[in-house]
Design a protein around this ligand. Structure first.
Ligand code: ATP
Ligand code: MG
Length: 428
């Protein structure tokens, strides 16, 4: 027998047993976005490779070693999107969404990075993201943070995440700081790991983001960007902190927070957790005022964030999930060929009258016992049973599967009213 084909490492099927949490997270996010006045945008999964090289930065982990890049049949170099911001900027520019307009956009979907798969880190993973264009003031940075804080509350994980913020300043301030930082690290070159040595010339700020514990001491003692901020960025950051204070949002200013992508300036933030081992960042974002222009558009300020759905889901509480799942209302059992014909018609007319009804209709025949087994497995609250007796008397039997209540047999013409009444009682 030939070996069966397996999925690609780090790319997972999401099975029915797990799908409820995905649907819950996506549904809650979609509603939240709608409530705040953000509109959804959907971008292709494939883009020209140059889009990511020019936006994320040539000397970043993503571009250096994580992208799925290949030549298509025309010889164009294409890349499976490793993140959403670059695609969103490209789409907004290309479709004229940025001409003197404010845009508040969100997206959801798979991203692809060739990383070493482990818990919380996959090669196809999924993000929920938001990008706002055209607002320079810190009130919008704050809104994004408030929005995410509300999201944690809705998912009941607010006690598992903490907010870290920092300011990267203007490009000029950062360039000046970069020289100071290089001088500092050059003085400690013997203590740098290989990655950091390489970054010293290419992208020294990224050394601050090193995940290597051996580097912690030297990183923590490094000169702080906060001490070299330009005045406007300092003011912007102060105002952001003030708004967060007004709303009672707790945060930690983390001077080493720099983010792994090149396009950020001023505000950067991360929601982190200690519940997921090394994969501690659940949501990350910041300002990227220069990116639109850098990609050939008109100067347009922007701010956004993205969060990993897989990491979010691993933080969800089992009870919270179970309480959010909506079980089927009823399972329809039919015990003869005539009952099947009649029962299907009855079921469809119930659906006409009760559009929210979750009704599983048995298919495939079988004994009462085997159909009851399926009814039980479906987790439905009720079994509707149409046997020969019921057919003869135009009645139907209703059995409560999750309570000890006695079963009742009623006229079929009264079933609709019975179900409506039942729904009112169980919902109140
Ligand atoms: P990390 O430091 O964990 O590698 P990152 O800085 O590369 O994260 P971003 O590019 O900012 O992450 O992506 C935003 C979010 O997307 C992360 O906070 C995380 O929740 C999620 N994410 C990123 N890469 C992966 C991955 N390979 N698998 C699962 N989730 C991921
Ligand atoms: Mg990463």
């Amino acid at each position: 027998m030939s070996k069966s084909i397996q999925a690609i490492r780090g790319m997972n099927d999401i099975l029915p047993a797990d799908i409820k949490s995905w649907q819950l997270v996506e549904r809650v996010f979609q509603q939240l976005m709608d409530n705040y006045g953000y509109e959804e945008i959907r971008m292709p999964l494939l883009e020209m490779t140059s889009l990511f090289k020019r936006s994320i930065g040539e000397v970043t982990d993503i571009v250096e070693k994580e992208m799925y890049t290949f030549d298509d049949r025309n010889g164009d170099s294409l890349t499976l999107r490793p993140e959403g911001t670059a695609s969103c900027v490209r789409a907004a520019m290309q479709n004229g969404l940025l001409h003197n307009q404010v845009q508040k956009l969100w997206y959801a979907g798979p991203m692809f990075r060739h990383e070493r798969p482990q818990k919380g880190r996959y090669r196809q993973f999924h993000q929920l993201g938001v990008e706002v264009f055209g607002i320079a003031s810190p009130d919008i940075d704050a809104e994004l943070i408030l929005m995410t804080a509300r999201f944690w509350k809705l998912l009941e994980i607010q006690d598992k995440v903490e907010l870290e913020i920092n300011s990267l300043g203007s490009n000029q301030a950062r360039a000046a700081y970069r020289d100071i930082l290089v001088d500092y690290f050059k003085g400690h070159e013997d203590k740098l790991d290989e990655d950091s040595k390489r970054r010293l010339t290419s992208n020294p700020l990224r050394i601050l983001d090193s995940k290597n514990p051996d580097m912690r001491e030297i990183v923590e003692a490094a000169p702080k960007l906060a001490e070299h901020l330009d005045q406007e960025s300092e003011q912007h950051f102060k105002e952001l902190c003030l708004i967060l204070d007004e709303h009672g949002i707790k945060y930690r200013i983390n001077p080493c927070l720099v983010r792994g992508l090149d396009y950020y300036n001023r505000t950067v933030f991360e929601w982190v957790t200690d519940h997921l081992g090394a994969q501690g960042t659940v949501c990350a974002g910041g300002r990227y005022d220069g990116l639109v222009k850098q990609l050939g558009g008109r100067d347009t300020v922007a701010v956004g964030f993205a969060m990993g759905i897989e990491r979010l889901i691993s933080l969800l509480d089992g009870d919270f999930l179970a309480n959010s799942v909506q079980l089927p209302d009823a399972y329809f059992i039919m015990l003869s060929p005539e009952a099947q014909i009649h029962g299907r018609r009855l079921a469809e007319s119930l659906r006409d009258e009760l559009p929210a009804l979750r009704l599983h209709v048995h298919a495939g025949g079988g004994s009462l016992k085997s159909q009851m087994k399926r009814a039980d497995k479906s987790q439905a609250k009720l079994a509707l049973i149409l046997g020969e007796d019921e057919m003869a008397s135009s009645q139907i039997t209703i059995k409560q599967l999750r309570t000890g209540a006695e079963q009742v047999t009623i006229k079929q013409s009264e079933l609709l009213a019975w179900l409506q009444n039942y729904a009112n009682q169980t919902n109140s």
